[in-house]
Ligand binder design. Structure first.
Ligand code: HEM
Length: 276
């Protein structure tokens, strides 16, 4: 984002159509990275990692742990899909801010100079990584949303998601045939890159908005941002691990039994299954 804002060529180009609104665009870019995109990451990775953490909650439940993960993830997806005006929320609350942040992020990144040779500070390296992970995020999120949300399969490479069979179809996406572990590794790398991008972006946002002026304030804010990054990284790793190791057939059995009993609602005390 803006560790070294004075290096941006776009800002210094007189006559550029973007120059007039440059500082507003910079701030909007910073803001959209935090709200709604960064904020979205918390419930999203929390929901996805329920495939793992729900196994460890309710230890006295008669439902086997793996089945609890499948059911909890399905309940969370049902909740999201039951929200009123979901498409409007998605278009204006997620996709448009994402597109704005991505397009202007690529624009700002292509205009600025990393300057690593001249200033060998760690911040410069973080600045370089911020840009690199921004490009990764751009490509990954487009692939991810277009396949899991819009149903593009890219010639069968990325199996699509079915909200009624949430856990099994997400697991299919992660364990797709020959891709197998490569897909899980790809996801892991991209998710961690995005978490870095967000946590580091949060840190530089403190400078953009003039909130962290002293070295001490930057250091303290850095500790907060690092903690946020660690929490999100753990949720991301749990999500990737949970779906890339889930038994797809067994998950389909749980989901099939669930829809047969009561469509889109999970019985609290499902019969024991093959997960025992
Ligand atoms: C860690 C592994 C992840 C898993 C298992 C995962 C899973 C999913 C699934 C299943 C959907 C479809 C949801 C639905 O239709 O109800 C989805 C959508 C989406 N994901 Fe992820 N995701 C992961 C990481 C990420 C990351 C790192 C981002 C970065 C911002 C992200 C951004 C999105 C967005 C923007 C959507 C579209 C949401 C919507 O339009 O409602 N995901 N993801």
């Amino acid at each position: 984002m803006t560790t070294l804002p004075h290096h941006d060529a776009a800002a210094s180009k007189p006559g550029s159509p973007l120059q007039k609104h440059y500082f507003l665009l910079r701030r909007l870019h910073s803001l959209t990275g935090i709200v709604p995109i960064g904020v979205f990451l918390f419930p999203h990775l929390f929901t996805n990692s329920s495939i793992m953490w729900a196994r460890w909650t309710s230890p006295t439940s008669t439902v086997p742990p793996v089945e609890r993960g499948i059911q909890t993830f399905q309940e969370e997806v049902d909740f999201i899909h039951g929200l009123p005006f979901l498409t409007l929320i998605e278009v204006f609350g997620i996709w448009m801010p994402l597109a704005f942040h991505a397009v202007f992020g690529v624009w700002f990144a292509s205009q600025g100079k990393a300057n690593v040779q001249r200033y060998a500070y760690q911040d410069n390296w973080r600045y370089v990584w911020q840009r690199l992970t921004g490009y990764v995020a751009f490509l990954f999120i487009f692939m991810h949303v277009s396949s899991l949300r819009w149903g593009w399969t890219y010639g069968g490479l990325f199996p699509s998601f079915d909200a009624h069979q949430a856990a099994s179809t997400t697991a299919e996406h992660f364990q797709n045939g020959s891709m197998g572990l490569a897909m899980a590794a790809f996801y892991l790398a991209c998710v961690l890159a995005i978490v870095f991008h967000f946590a580091n972006g949060l840190w530089t946002a403190g400078i953009t908005w003039g909130l962290t002026l002293s070295t001490g304030a930057m250091k303290r804010w850095g500790q907060v941002c690092a903690s946020v990054g660690i929490v999100l990284a753990v949720a991301g790793v749990l999500s990737v691990y949970g779906f890339s190791t889930l038994d797809i057939d067994a998950a389909k059995a749980v989901e099939g039994r669930r829809t047969a009993v009561e469509p889109m609602a999970a019985p609290a005390t499902a019969a024991p299954t093959e997960f025992r």
